[in-house]
Write a protein that binds this ligand. Structure first.
Ligand SMILES: NC(=O)c1ccc[n+]([C@@H]2O[C@H](COP(=O)([O-])OP(=O)(O)OC[C@H]3O[C@@H](n4cnc5c(N)ncnc54)[C@H](O)[C@@H]3O)[C@@H](O)[C@H]2O)c1
Length: 294
């Protein structure tokens, strides 16, 4: 039961708002008239995004806070501060995320913990902090309580290796989101999970172990020619929230691959196994070229 315009005048918090998809979401929200807290571990980046988004003439506003989503008390305090100041929180974007790419035997336990802490616990902390406020605001389903938007990934719907830890965390986010949605609907709260294929952001260059190469992996693995523009994704995300859709799977080739995978899971797993083998060949070729060039 989202209102016709859930954005104008609404109170929003975006985690990981200092870069990439989060920054694009902040811009789209402010342009739609929302008052946005740009929350990021990187306070300087968050401030830069808030300044740019809240520039003169924008219908909404943005302000930056430093926030580590792995710190449950800090997430609660950030959400409570919005409620104390504005009287409510309407939109929570649990978007902060990290990735590791490479052979799973090369992943340390500390890296497993880190990705679980940010990608799963970070989302849990956001839901635990904001959802009870939204339920209260929803007044037993008689009013709009708000909307939780979790950024998962195509990796939350399909499973291919070399990003195994990431896939695990994003499947958890999809499960949390779709299950919570079935509870939340009667309480006036919406839940949407974003499952984009590769998006042109700095994450494509992060978390590489060994010979892993993010661009080869994310592009060739998901049947898309070039990464999605984050602003396009942000516009699609806001449209999905306004329409109260459960899931955004984008772009179209990724949607088709997902549907085929659902119809034929064994076929999809064999295709993913072949894809991993191909990635290893590409990595070896790249390493040979680099060796020859050195
Ligand atoms: N770019 C893609 O191809 C793609 C595709 C699907 C899903 N995603 C997901 O989108 C989300 C945003 O990623 P992005 O592509 O914009 O990456 P990004 O690296 O550009 O931005 C991630 C932001 O999260 C912040 N962050 C990291 N750890 C944090 C923490 N503990 N607390 C608070 N902030 C923290 C970083 O400082 C950074 O500003 C992630 O959840 C990612 O998994 C990305």
């Amino acid at each position: 039961m989202s209102p016709a315009d859930p954005f104008s005048g609404s109170q929003a918090l975006v985690t990981g708002g200092g870069s990439g998809i989060g920054a694009a979401l902040v811009h789209a929200l402010v342009d739609a008239g929302a008052h946005v807290v740009v929350a990021d571990l990187d306070e300087v980046a968050a401030q830069r995004v808030a300044d740019a988004a809240g520039a003169a003439g924008a219908p909404g506003t943005a302000r930056a806070v430093r926030l580590d989503v792995t710190d449950a008390a800090a997430v609660q305090a950030a959400v409570d501060e919005v409620v104390a100041r504005a009287g409510r929180i309407d939109l929570l974007f649990n978007n902060a995320g990290i990735t590791f790419g490479g052979e799973t035997e090369d992943l340390t336990l500390a890296q497993w913990d880190a990705i679980i802490d940010v990608n799963i616990r970070g989302v849990v902390h956001g839901v635990a902090a904001a959802y009870p406020h939204m339920v209260r605001q929803g007044a037993g389903g008689s009013a709009w309580g708000g909307h939780v938007v979790n950024t998962a990934s195509m990796g939350g719907l399909m499973a291919a290796g070399l990003i195994t830890s990431y896939v695990m965390t994003k499947h958890a986010v999809v499960g949390l989101s779709l299950a919570l949605r079935t509870e939340a609907a009667a309480k006036g709260v919406g839940v949407t999970v974003l499952c984009p294929a590769a998006v042109e952001t700095p994450i494509l260059e992060k978390g590489h172990l060994g010979r892993f190469h993010g661009r080869d992996y994310y592009l060739k693995g998901q049947g898309v020619r070039r990464p999605l523009d984050p602003d396009v994704l942000a516009a699609e995300a806001l449209a999905a929230v306004a329409a109260d859709r459960p899931l955004l799977v984008t772009p179209r080739p990724a949607r088709i691959a997902w549907r085929v995978g659902r119809l034929a899971p064994a076929f999809a797993n064999r295709a993913a196994t072949r894809f991993v083998a191909k990635q290893r060949r590409l990595q070896a070729r790249r390493a040979r070229k680099q060796g020859a060039a050195a």
